[in-house]
Write a protein that binds this ligand. Structure first.
Ligand code: TYM
Length: 372
């Protein structure tokens, strides 16, 4: 079945229609990327290190989708970033394409999507910006400390790459190359964003220009979704299976994980709501079950702290959402080759914006003119 014919079967879903419509009118829409757009620019990225999970979705991607209405958006699947930890080449390739398709299934417009390594200008800008970043700044990045520690925990002679160390400069390049003003991310990226701002300001100051705009983070209501199995930690793939719920996980498994979420003893002694219970309420609200959220919050405030029903309602809300995404993914997979072609076409369009920036930056930085 052709993509255009699939519109009818999903006519109720606006996001999906946006994507499919966008696919069929790609030339017209994508040309605006380098054209006369006056809307503010948004950029955000995600690493293809595994399945997209609820933390990624509620912390960032849900916002990406909403922002597409009012901003000029650039959303990247950052495969260069995913090379900074040990990885397998074949897996990286497949994950990059799969994640790109998953993002479209979540509602990201294919015309806003790019694969980072299809735009090698990101790495050239990284080199230039490295010279405006200090060793000390990079050494203070908590994500570098956490990840190198994580490697050290599995093997005391573990290889910690220079790529992992300079990763935040690549992140700054991702943002600055599109002159993005706002960056929708989860709380864990706040420090990297602050560094990106510092790099932009230092570049401007040292080269006596006002070229780069210091980008600001944009957080969702759920800045940090916690692991259901251990609400002292953020939901993350690196902690293992039980610590995250993937958007494409089977319903049975999603329900099981929510049923076994850590809450509290339910004594109702008037103390502050526990992190685990708060996490469940947030998850329910963000999944769109506003009425149910109100109802269970009222029960909770009236001293009803039996969490079985609450968990079932949270699971219903989450499954409702993930089912939609899963259905759209099935449709996209049936047209996989065509969708991949669109992702390549969109990346080529986005690349023109990046090349324009590089041309300007090279000149400001004193490098000879390069013809593309
Ligand atoms: P990554 O791939 O780890 O995560 C993608 C997005 O998901 C958010 N996120 C969460 N939000 C709330 N709760 C959670 N438990 C949770 N887990 C993940 C992240 O904050 C992120 O917004 N370095 C980035 C990718 C990147 C990037 C960029 C982001 C590369 N270049 C430029 C913004 C701009 C990363 O590893 O995200």
């Amino acid at each position: 079945m052709r993509l255009s014919k699939l519109q009818k079967s999903y006519s109720k879903n606006t996001n999906y229609n946006q994507n499919i419509n966008a696919m069929s009118t790609k030339t017209k829409k994508t040309s605006s990327k380098e054209g006369t757009e006056t809307k503010k620019r948004i950029l955000s990225c995600i690493q293809p290190t595994g399945d997209i999970h609820l933390g990624n979705y509620f912390g960032a991607v849900q916002n990406w989708v909403k922002l597409q209405e009012d901003y000029q958006c650039f959303y990247g699947v950052v495969d260069y970033h995913a090379m900074t930890m040990p990885y397998k080449a074949k897996e990286l390739h497949d994950r990059t394409l799969n994640l790109s398709i998953d993002l479209i299934a979540c509602g990201v417009d294919v015309n806003n999507l790019f694969i980072q390594s299809l735009i090698p200008e990101h790495t050239e800008l990284t080199w230039i910006l490295s010279n405006f970043t200090s060793y000390g700044e990079l050494s203070r990045m908590t994500q570098f400390k956490d990840k190198s520690q994580q490697l050290g925990d599995t093997d005391k002679d573990a290889f910690v790459s220079a790529g992992l160390f300079s990763y935040p400069v690549l992140q700054a390049a991702d943002i600055l190359i599109y002159k993005a003003q706002l960056v929708p991310v989860g709380k864990d990226q706040e420090q990297h964003l602050e560094l990106s701002r510092n790099i932009a300001v230092r570049f401007n100051k040292r080269l006596k220009t006002r070229y780069f705009y210091p980008p600001k983070p944009l957080f969702t209501e759920i800045k940090k979704l916690l692991s259901l199995a251990d609400p002292t930690k953020k939901m993350s793939k690196s902690l293992g299976e039980k610590h995250y719920i993937a958007m494409l996980e089977p319903e049975k498994s999603i329900r099981k994980k929510i049923r076994s979420a850590v809450t509290d003893t339910g004594d109702g002694d008037g103390t502050e709501m526990s992190a685990g219970v708060k996490n469940l309420f947030e998850l329910m609200k963000a999944s769109g079950a506003v009425e149910a959220h109100k109802h269970y919050l009222e029960l909770y405030n009236n001293g009803n702290r039996r969490y079985g029903d609450l968990k079932n309602a949270v699971a219903d809300a989450v499954v409702n959402l993930t089912n939609d995404v899963q259905n759209r993914k099935t449709v996209l997979e049936a047209n996989r080759e065509e969708v991949i072609e669109q992702i390549y076409a969109s990346s080529a369009n986005v690349r023109k914006v990046a090349q324009q920036t590089l041309m300007e930056v090279r000149e400001i930085a004193g490098l000879p003119k390069l013809k593309y």
